[in-house]
Design a protein around this ligand. Structure first.
Ligand code: MG
Length: 256
């Protein structure tokens, strides 16, 4: 079932979203060579405490994992697509691309957002990957209007990304959010216009293109930390995510 949030709940989500945007902006400032990804998590925890919000990924137990998530932030570097666990062993280097992804709880409501940030100077090809992924998010969000279908978001993202020579990851998707970290509907980054659930006022979605510079295939690192997802061909990957409420006037971006 796709839940509908009340206008009052959307107001709370807006508050939560602006706090999350500030946290990500602050954490992004820490991204530089020689910093560990664990440091980024420490900073995110510190900021969550400062703002009085709950870092809901900490202890979250998704179906695919055999243990709860041990951090407040996902930090996925370069060819790590998603769910990188912050670690003191991962030291950022000049030229890395660093995806930080966080969900917070505020007054009983949950928002989810992520950005991919350059560490120092990155290559022109990587800059293009980041720019295309961020633009794909905007293009997907534009389709999130009442009366459209989820497939309209999916198709718009896929069409744009592939037109730029990149590919979308198919096993990781956007999702409903608000009362829980992951709610219905699933929002794939590939699909067909006019298909899938109807988009209605009061829905709240996490729209998150996950884009690979190479092929779309990925693998879960079951032999390693049990969470990290990597590109199969070791190509670079990027991710940008906003939480968006569907209003009569169209999509309202909450996490900015
Ligand atoms: Mg998400």
């Amino acid at each position: 079932m796709i839940t509908k949030k009340t206008p009052e709940e959307i107001e709370i989500l807006k508050e939560a979203g602006s706090i999350l945007a500030r946290i990500l902006k602050e954490v992004a400032k820490e991204i530089k060579p020689s910093v560990t990804t664990l440091h980024l998590d420490d900073r995110a925890m510190e900021l969550a405490e400062e703002f009085g919000v709950e870092p809901v990924l900490l202890g979250y137990h998704p179906g695919f994992a055999d243990r709860p998530y041990p951090a407040s932030l996902c930090v996925s570097v370069n060819n790590c697509v998603q769910h990188g666990i912050p670690s003191e062993d991962v030291v950022l280097q000049e030229g890395d691309t660093v995806n930080i992804d966080m969900s917070i709880g505020h007054k009983g409501m949950i928002v989810d957002s992520g950005i991919t940030v350059p560490c120092g100077e990155i290559s022109a090809e990587d800059r293009k990957l980041l720019a295309v992924t961020e633009e794909a998010r905007a293009i997907g969000i534009k389709q999130a209007v009442p009366g459209n279908h989820i497939g309209d978001i999916s198709a718009a993202i896929q069409e744009f990304v592939e037109s730029k020579g990149f590919s979308v990851v198919e096993v990781l998707c956007g999702h409903g959010v608000g009362y829980a970290v992951h709610e219905e509907p699933t929002i794939p980054n590939f699909g067909t216009k006019g298909t899938g659930p109807l988009i209605e006022v009061g829905h709240v979605y996490a729209i998150e293109p996950i884009v690979n510079a190479g092929g779309p295939d990925v693998y879960f690192d079951d032999e390693g930390d049990g969470y990290s997802v990597y590109t199969a061909d070791e190509s670079m990957s990027a991710h940008f995510e906003h939480t968006v409420a569907i209003t009569e006037n169209g999509p309202l971006i909450l996490t900015k």
